[in-house]
Ligand binder design. Structure first.
Ligand code: AHR
Length: 506
């Protein structure tokens, strides 16, 4: 029996909607087939963007989309992806499967997709193999509303009005695929490149994202903060507005990166090991956040976790370079737990993009030609959408204990709580146990007796339950009714291996 105390008189940080962001790379079937099928496809589409996928993403309330990579970004030359499609250059996608990239999805298509989705835009520039001029001209092409060579070129290519870049990444993983740089070298390059990411008159400022650490590379964070933060002026006008962090949950990797383990076929021990590895996100945010605090105690810049999620072996028989993996209740729990962690750190975490949107790694959707299914991870993002833009409330969970043995031990229940502008309180919880339900009594410190449940839902199943094209609704979000109002609060029974949302209203 556990108790969840919600201090509804202790309002904390705003949960940036962008914490619920996504990432789309020119990788496997993410862009091509997953999002973009072309205007002439038999698959229903609007200007080439598949309608089923766009509709489902809108329902999920996708707040921001990052593009074009990933590792692809530092080899992407944006001019190859503009102008008449027939004359766009074809290139080899060296990182991902060595396939031909015909550049039919480029800048215009990305902004059209975001227009249809109604989401913010996060463009990742090429610092690894591109020039300062190339990066600067891309920003000019996209955002300048006057007479200039790049604005004229955009107009010639059919788009009179400029678009808005909300976030701009100055390189990706520059400690690895983005140039194998040392932190000091990258930091100096960042200072130079970001200078030319211009804010043109009349535009909202572009938030500039600096390449941050890989996992627990605290030295990278320190060096980059030391070198790049010093000129930071008020938010969105300084040298950097965000520092990225990449952390993937690798279920089975010990020494050999190639042995990540199956997405669907795993033992209970591996289940707990995966959750424990996912839970490491909390420590990473605490420790990188502490370093950021040394330079930026007012938390003016955001920690941007723009790649996260479970990374397993690919589905048998699929191209190893396409990173196509299935998605089970284990993914749902890692998603639910991680989003709760981000909410609780929303004073520092200002954006996060799960990798990747569709058909790649921990996706919210999978496609097979014209067929599309939603994964358990989709249902968690849909369930958690009420947290977007809400205010985090302080919450303390007492008495639920732990699950997993030895090095895999982690809290049994992980929660976060927020209140929206209408005073509706959303409580989301994961029960990480495979065996035992948990009784949680929810108590509010301010006027608790006046609150009742106005909405509740659950995503539940066995640890490797998943949706397939033949059985697309094995795991879905269901209405939840296992709660009652008692003398000392609202008692909720959270099923084993589940993610639950309870919404409370006066
Ligand atoms: O998401 C797949 C890859 O993982 C990205 O391209 C890269 O940034 C990371 O290493």
């Amino acid at each position: 029996m556990a108790k969840l105390v919600i201090n509804n008189d202790k309002k904390m940080s705003t949960i940036a909607p962008e914490i619920y962001g996504h990432f789309s790379e020119h990788l496997g079937r993410c862009i091509y087939e997953g999002l973009y099928v072309g205007e002439d496809s038999d698959i229903p589409n609007v200007n080439g963007m598949r309608t089923d996928v766009v509709e489902a993403l809108k329902e999920m309330k996708i707040p921001v989309l990052r593009w074009p990579g990933g590792c692809f970004a530092d080899e992407y030359h944006w001019m190859d992806g503009i102008g008449p499609k027939a004359s766009r250059k074809k290139m080899i996608n060296t990182h991902w499967g060595g396939v031909v990239e015909d550049n039919s999805f480029g800048t215009h298509e990305f902004f059209e997709l975001c227009r249809q989705l109604g989401c913010k835009t996060y463009v990742n520039g090429n610092l690894g193999s591109g020039t300062v001029r190339e990066m600067s001209e891309w920003v000019e092409y996209i955002t300048f509303n006057g007479v200039s060579p790049m604005a004229d070129l955009r107009k010639q290519n059919g788009h009179e009005e400029p678009w808005k870049i909300d976030y701009f990444g100055v390189g990706n993983e520059n400690w690895g695929c983005g140039g194998n740089m040392r932190p000091q070298h990258y930091a100096d390059e960042y200072r130079r490149y970001q200078t030319y990411v211009r804010n043109y008159a009349g535009n909202d400022p572009i938030a500039k994202i600096c390449c941050g650490p890989n996992v627990d590379d605290y030295e990278w964070t320190k060096k980059v903060m030391e070198t790049c933060f010093d000129h930071c002026e008020p938010r969105f006008h300084g040298m950097m507005d965000g520092l990225s962090l990449h952390y993937y949950t690798l279920p089975e990797v010990e020494d050999d990166w190639n042995k990540k383990g199956s997405a669907t076929d795993f033992t209970e021990e591996i289940f707990y090991q995966t959750l424990k590895r996912g839970y490491f996100m909390d420590e990473l945010i605490n420790r990188h956040g502490a370093i950021m605090d040394e330079y930026d105690p007012d938390k003016k810049i955001g920690l941007i976790v723009d790649e996260w999620g479970i990374w397993t072996d690919v589905e048998p028989g699929t191209n190893p370079g396409f990173l196509y993996q299935q998605n089970t209740m284990r993914d749902a729990l890692v998603a639910g737990m991680t989003l709760n962690i981000f909410n609780k750190h929303s004073d520092r975490v200002k954006m996060a993009c799960i990798a990747q949107l569709i058909n790649v790694l921990q996706s919210v959707m999978l496609t097979d030609g014209e067929k599309m299914i939603k994964t358990p991870t989709y249902h968690v993002f849909h369930m958690y959408r009420h947290h977007q833009g809400a205010t985090l409330l302080r919450s303390d969970l007492i008495g639920a204990g732990t699950v997993g043995a030895g090095k895999n031990e982690l809290p049994k229940v992980i929660e976060s709580v927020s209140e929206n502008a209408d005073g509706v309180i959303t409580v989301t919880l994961t029960n990480n146990s495979l065996e035992a339900a948990e009784n949680v009594t929810i108590q509010l410190t301010d006027d608790g007796a006046a609150y009742g449940v106005c909405e509740a839902s659950v995503v539940a199943g066995t640890m490797n339950a998943h949706n397939t094209f033949e059985a697309p609704e094995v795991v879905t979000e269901q209405a939840f009714a296992d709660y009652e109002k008692t003398a000392d609060g609202i008692r909720v029974q959270i099923p084993a291996c589940s993610v639950v949302s309870i919404r409370l209203k006066k």
